[in-house]
Design a binder for this molecule. Structure first.
Ligand SMILES: [Zn+2]
Length: 101
């Protein structure tokens, strides 16, 4: 079982998707300096069952109604620690990353 889905580019793993139960999207921390839009890269502990990424993951998603949704978290040992600036219902809570199907 794995909580992560590798993102491959030119047969090299450049990052990982995981499903976020807070905002309902997938987050994609990149571990290689890559042509990603955010221009950042994260460290990964290499554990697909209890992943840790650093630094924190911050996503701002424009919604169709014009309001921005914020999802900001630390991912530590397979758990997502949602920070207080999240705009979704799991702000301030810590939850397990769901298993990938
Ligand atoms: Zn999220």
């Amino acid at each position: 079982m794995s909580k992560l889905l590798p993102i491959e580019e030119n047969e090299q793993i450049v990052g990982y998707f995981f499903d976020c139960p807070g905002c309902g999207m997938a987050h994609a921390p990149y571990v290689q300096p890559y042509k990603n839009e955010v221009g950042a890269s994260w460290t990964f502990n290499g554990d697909f069952d209890k992943p840790t990424f650093a630094p924190s993951i911050l996503a701002k998603i424009e919604r169709s109604d014009g309001k921005a949704m914020v999802c900001h978290s630390f991912v530590v040992e397979g758990k997502i620690q949602f920070l207080g600036d999240c705009t979704h219902a799991l702000a301030g809570q810590t939850v397990d990353i769901p298993e990938q199907n």
